[in-house]
Design a protein around this ligand. Sequence first.
Ligand SMILES: [Zn+2]
Length: 430
Amino acid sequence: MPDSLVKDMLSLTASPALFAHLRVNAQRLRADFDQLAEIGATVAGGVSRLALSNEDLEARAWFANRVEDEGFVVRDDDAGNLSGVLHCPNPNAPTLLLGSHLDSVPNGGRYDGAVGVLAGLEVMRVLRDAAQPLPVHVEVIDFTDEEGCWQSLFGSRGLTGQLSAAHVSDANGDNSAFRAALTRAGIRPDDIGRARRDPHSLAGYLELHIEQGTQLERAGCTIGVVTHIVGRSTLKITFNGQAGHSGTTEPEKRRDALQGAALFILRAHTLIRDEYADGIFNCGNITVKPGQFNIIPEQAILTVECRHTAAPVLIEMEAALQYLAQKCADEYALSVGVVRTAHMPAAPMSPRCIQAIEQAAARLNLASAPVVSYAGHDAQMLASFCAAGMIFVPSLGGVSHNPREYTRWEDVTAGANVLLHAALELAFAR
Ligand SMILES: [Zn+2]
């Protein structure tokens, strides 16, 4: 495009002051929220919309209809991400992404993910109604399988070019069922690599989400400005001993794999709590073989996870756990193997986004505080790709992934207004 034409396009851009008075429509947002919550509604008052299930597909169809009814352009990609786009006058302008996910965990809450997508749609309506030309395209996006029913952060991995055929053959569960579910949703497993966008085509990514913790409640703040999303590693730790008769084997000859594993679990919790401030350790699964009450356990396999916001500390924690596992194995004459089965590096949020969110909250007279996300989010994948930021709103009692998940509507509205003004901040500050 010739420079003169670009200049003409830019002259079509309104001044940011024209947007200062804008606010989201809380009732309109609530109406969408209530409608969406009926899809996959559970008797306990939550939702079950597992990625690529009938309920998820119904939610996606509902969302596409909402986007179309509002006059936005529906867009989808080869990873099944579904978007609505509000175009600006300059076709060469970059796109500012706002979004989250419409899928849920089994018997989950109504707010997780849904709030971010619906707030993004509401922000686009406000910007459209303002009828002032923007310097960026604005796109609201629903990312496929954020929750990892099949493959966690599937859609955001796809958009950032971090999805390959291997991810389709490494599903949580049955790979052929995953391929079938993708195909049924109109996603061709062999084409998922084509979902990658050009990072230069993006002006940034902002995600509004419930906190799912209690940092904001404790700080008495409405708005959380996420500084980091925690990194996490999953380790499979296998203690090997020797099976034997539980009654007749002499004490000094027992090589009980489960005793070594039990010692490790207790010591690991103490180690991480005492030595790694802000570090998290969890052992969520034990498989014991042969698994009989009258046989000394020959093998104990633990699936453990550790989390930290600083990448080098996370690596250090993994090494410390490996060393501890060896020490515990030695005490019971066992051998031990440690394999890392998953790793997601910590993701710092973009300073530009952090500043935009802080400024938006200050302008709206909302109390904000810097917070860390101990849960994974799509913003984590976007962080290494473009400027990414997250806004948290309080979760009552920190309850989440549960039908009792609750966020006061005035807090959702406050978060949506911060999303609106942080988006404008990013759009005009470029
Ligand atoms: Zn979520």
